[in-house]
Design a protein around this ligand. Structure first.
Ligand SMILES: [Zn+2]
Length: 457
């Protein structure tokens, strides 16, 4: 198994710390709004990796945190005149609904910052007593990056590279403008008491404290969106390695961002899509195929065309498994399985894995041999499940897809398409259209060259 390690910048042979086991920590959502399609890409990618590790028989312990204390959450609570818990409860519920709709599995553990203040305070005390942290009278508590000469080893950024005037707020209490907050003093709700006074944790310390608690000082994989590489992950490394006097994560995996029509998604540009908005328009598995078409390390561009491409691919895959329910064996084709596994073992090459599915689907469509049909159909379904698709039957898939579209106009269009296919003696296609309509309870009746339809009641 090869994984691209963001820290070394190389594709490396993956070696877990303990044979057969994988401990993975992924930075989860900061919870103050609905999840957008970029979040869907990130968390779907990690879901797929965890699924694949489990398919390879690793025992995976997957921890994904929830950031439920953050300036943006507090700001939103203030604007709406409610408690911060009201905001976080609402959006945690929404996140769970969205992930469930996308069939993204829950992690083994989903720790929240608000439930780990004690662990966070202990880590800050540890850093302070070992001289990695400091505070001045009445100031916040800071991490002293001068004390960690390896700072920058993940992002390859030198603290000095930054233009401190524009990027980092100059704070007179800091020794170095890039020192970052471990404990932020505040009397504003929510606050907790500490030896440094009332306040709340800085953002980065939560992941160091929670990963240490659940996975130990040194664990296998740390992941997150590419936007978190600097400074968040760099700061996590500094805190964890100094507090624990140990290596931190052995492999870093970063998922590249998603753009819309070539631009960064933003509410002000009007190109911002939440998961729930898009799921009203597309089947959840269409979105997944759209993600699978690109490698997780490459930025992905969301356009109407790229979604229709994904939909066409998925339609064809579902069409070819439409008879799968009649087969009762579980026989599969070992060779295809091996090719597929090789693709994903190469740093999760999902587009290659998807090509193998498409090829299998073509072979399935062209064979007349019942035994071969059965084997190819079983193989296709099993492989699709590893990629997170085929969670529906052919009928359910097309019903869901056409739910918004059962208009007279659409039915007439499909009948015209079927008649064209019959003229060209493409009876397979003609039958397929009839079946699709039947799954919507529309029955066709042919009389000579004229076709009429009626809806079953
Ligand atoms: Zn984090």
């Amino acid at each position: 198994m090869k994984i691209f390690n963001s820290q070394s910048g190389l594709k490396e042979e993956f070696k877990p710390i303990e044979k057969g086991k994988i401990n993975i920590y992924v930075c989860g959502m900061t919870i103050y709004d609905f999840c957008h399609i970029g979040h869907a890409r990130t968390f779907f990618s990690f879901d797929l990796m965890v699924n694949f590790f489990r398919f390879l028989n690793f025992e995976v312990n997957y921890v994904r945190n929830i950031t439920d204390i953050d300036d943006k959450i507090i700001q939103k609570a203030k604007e709406e005149g409610v408690s911060f818990e009201e905001i976080t409860n609402k959006f945690i519920k929404a996140m769970n609904e969205d992930f469930e709709a996308l069939n993204i599995q829950a992690p083994n553990l989903e720790p929240k910052v608000s439930e780990h203040i004690e662990d966070i305070l202990n880590m800050i005390k540890n850093l302070e007593s070992n001289d990695f942290a400091y505070s001045r009278e009445n100031s916040d508590v800071y991490f002293d990056i001068e004390k960690f000469p390896e700072y920058g080893k993940l992002s390859k950024r030198n603290p000095g590279d930054q233009d401190s005037g524009s990027r980092v707020e100059i704070d007179k209490d800091k020794k170095n403008p890039n020192d970052f907050v471990l404990w932020k003093k505040s009397n504003e709700e929510p606050y907790w008491t500490s030896k440094w006074g009332k306040g709340r944790p800085g953002w980065h310390i939560e992941c160091s404290a929670m990963s240490n608690k659940y996975l130990g000082a040194n664990f296998d994989i740390h992941g997150g969106g590419l936007d978190l590489k600097f400074p968040h992950h760099e700061n996590e490394i500094a805190q964890s390695e100094c507090a624990n006097n140990s290596d931190f994560a052995n492999y870093w995996i970063h998922v590249a961002p998603l753009n819309v029509d070539g631009k960064k998604m933003s509410k002000s540009l009007g190109n911002y899509f939440t998961i729930r908005e898009l799921l009203k328009k597309f089947h959840p598995e269409v979105l997944k195929v759209f993600f699978l078409l690109s490698h997780y390390r490459k930025p992905i561009n969301y356009t109407e065309d790229s979604i229709s491409e994904a939909k066409n691919i998925l339609d064809k895959l579902y069409e070819s498994i439409r008879e799968s329910e009649k087969f009762d064996s579980t026989n599969t084709d070992r060779k295809i399985f091996d090719l597929f596994t090789e693709a994903l073992k190469d740093d999760f090459n999902t587009s290659q894995a998807l090509k193998i599915l498409q090829k299998t689907s073509q072979n399935l469509n062209s064979t007349e041999d019942e035994n071969e049909k059965e084997i190819l159909s079983n193989t296709l379904k099993s492989l699709g499940k590893i990629l997170g698709i085929f969670n529906y039957s052919f009928k359910e898939y097309f019903q869901a897809n056409l739910d918004q579209g059962i208009t007279r106009e659409n039915i007439d269009k499909m009948i015209a398409e079927r008649n064209q296919a019959r003229l060209k003696k493409d009876f397979k296609k003609a039958d397929l259209i009839r079946e699709k309509l039947l799954s919507l309870d529309i029955v066709l009746e042919d009389e000579g060259s004229k076709t009429t339809w009626k809806k079953l009641v």
